[in-house]
Design a protein around this ligand. Structure first.
Ligand SMILES: [Zn+2]
Ligand SMILES: [Zn+2]
Length: 346
C-alpha cells in the first residue's frame, strides 16, 4: 500500500487545507527529506493573502526547512540516508544567458521547490546539486531553515557593501530579512543602524539585536527622524525591506546625497514609484535593485549560518504543529511574531 503523509496544501488566497497525500519517491538525482522544522516567511504571507503570479495552486505550502535525508535517488553522491540537511527553495540552471554571465539569480529557467509544510519533502536534482547543504550537528534545524531568506540578504548585502563607520537606515524593519541585514550591518561596524518599522513587537526584536535607534513610523515622521539622527544629511545607506511603494519612495527621501539605496522588497508589476529625478541625479544617489540570489550566494549564506554570525533565536517567535499553519501566518500578518516554526511531527 502507498504510504501517506500529512501536508498543508495551498488552495488559493486564505485557503489552506491539511490533507493526506502520498509520500513522494525520489527520482534520479533527488532526495527525500523528513522535515524536522519548517519556518514561515514573508513570501508565504504574501501568497496566502493574494496568491503568487508564478505559482498557481494547489501545491504544498512552505519552503524553508531543515530535516533528515530518508531516501536518495539514483545518481546522488553528496547526500546519504541519515544526513541532516537544508536546501534553498530555488536553483539556477547553469546554462542560460544569465547564468553564463554569473547572474544565476535572474536565470530564466530557475527551478523552485515548495512543500516544506509537510512530513516529507522531495528536493529536486538541480537544488540537490547546487543549493542543498549538510547541517553540522551544532546547528538546530530551525536555524538552518533560514538559508533561503539569508541567500537573498547575502545577494543584496554584496551590492550595498556597507563600510565601517557608515550610517544605515532600514525601512520596514522587524521582519526576518531586515533583522538579518541589521546584524550584518553591525558586524560590518556600521556606526548607526536605524530601524524604522510599524510593529512594536517586531521593533523590540530589532532593539534586542542591536539596532542603535528605533523609529516607529506609525507615530513619527521617518524622514525627519532619520535626518535628525544623521546631522541633517540622511543615512549613508538605506535598505528598504517593506515591499511597499511608499517605503520605496521614503527610502530615497532618507538617504544622503551620494548615498546608496537598496530596494529589497518587490512590488507588483505595473507599480510606478515617484522619485525626485533631480535629487537622485545631482545628488548622485545609487539606486540598487536585487532579486533572489545565486548558488554562490547560497554557499556564502550557509557559511554564515554555520559560523554563528547571525543570531537566529530572537527571530523565532514560537512553534506550532502542521495543523496550525494558518494560525502561524495570521500571527505574521498581525505583526505579532517575526517567524514561526512549524513542527510536522508534533
Ligand atoms: Zn522564504
Ligand atoms: Zn540559467
Amino acid at each position: 500500500m502507498e504510504k501517506k503523509m500529512r501536508a498543508a496544501v495551498y488552495l488559493g488566497p486564505e485557503k489552506i487545507d491539511l490533507r493526506s497525500v502520498s509520500i513522494p519517491e525520489p527520482s534520479l538525482g533527488e532526495i527525500l527529506v523528513k522535515v524536522r522544522a519548517a519556518t514561515t516567511c514573508g513570501t508565504d504571507v504574501k501568497t496566502y493573502r493574494r496568491g503568487h503570479p508564478k505559482f498557481p495552486p494547489p501545491f504544498i505550502f512552505g519552503h524553508e526547512f531543515g530535516g533528515d535525508v530518508v531516501k536518495v535517488g539514483k545518481g546522488v553522491e553528496r547526500f546519504r540516508e541519515g544526513m541532516r540537511v537544508t536546501a534553498n527553495v530555488f536553483a539556477e540552471c547553469g546554462e542560460c544567458f544569465y547564468c553564463k554571465h554569473g547572474q544565476g539569480n535572474i536565470c530564466t529557467n530557475l527551478i523552485y521547490n515548495f512543500g516544506a509544510f509537510a512530513e516529507y519533502i522531495i528536493i529536486p536534482d538541480p537544488i540537490v546539486r547546487r543549493t542543498a547543504f549538510e547541517i553540522p550537528s551544532h546547528i538546530p534545524y530551525a536555524h538552518a531553515a533560514f538559508l533561503e531568506p539569508l541567500v537573498t540578504v547575502v545577494h543584496g548585502w554584496n551590492k550595498v557593501a556597507i563600510q565601517p563607520g557608515e550610517t544605515v537606515a532600514i525601512i520596514g524593519a522587524g521582519g526576518p530579512i531586515s533583522l538579518m541585514f541589521l546584524q550584518l550591518a553591525l558586524r560590518a561596524k556600521a556606526s548607526q543602524v536605524i530601524a524604522v518599522g510599524h510593529s512594536p513587537a517586531r521593533l523590540d526584536v530589532a532593539k534586542e539585536l542591536g539596532a542603535t535607534h528605533i523609529v516607529n513610523a506609525k507615530n513619527t515622521d521617518t524622514v525627519t527622524a532619520v535626518r535628525e539622527l544623521t546631522q541633517g544629511y540622511g543615512a549613508d545607506v538605506v535598505i528598504e525591506c517593506a515591499g511597499t511603494k511608499q517605503a520605496w519612495e521614503t527610502s530615497v527621501d532618507v538617504v544622503r546625497r551620494g548615498g546608496r539605496v537598496l530596494w529589497f522588497g518587490g512590488l507588483p508589476g505595473g507599480t510606478k514609484v515617484e522619485i525626485d529625478a533631480a535629487r537622485v541625479h545631482y545628488g548622485e544617489i545609487a539606486l540598487l535593485n536585487m532579486h533572489g540570489g545565486t548558488a554562490e550566494d547560497a554557499h556564502e549564506a550557509f557559511n554564515l549560518i554555520v559560523s554563528g554570525a547571525i543570531n537566529f533565536a530572537p527571530m523565532l517567535s514560537g512553534e506550532l504543529p502542521l495543523e496550525q499553519v494558518e494560525l502561524a501566518l495570521k500571527k505574521m500578518i498581525a505583526g505579532e511574531v517575526v517567524k514561526m516554526v512549524i513542527r510536522p511531527e508534533s
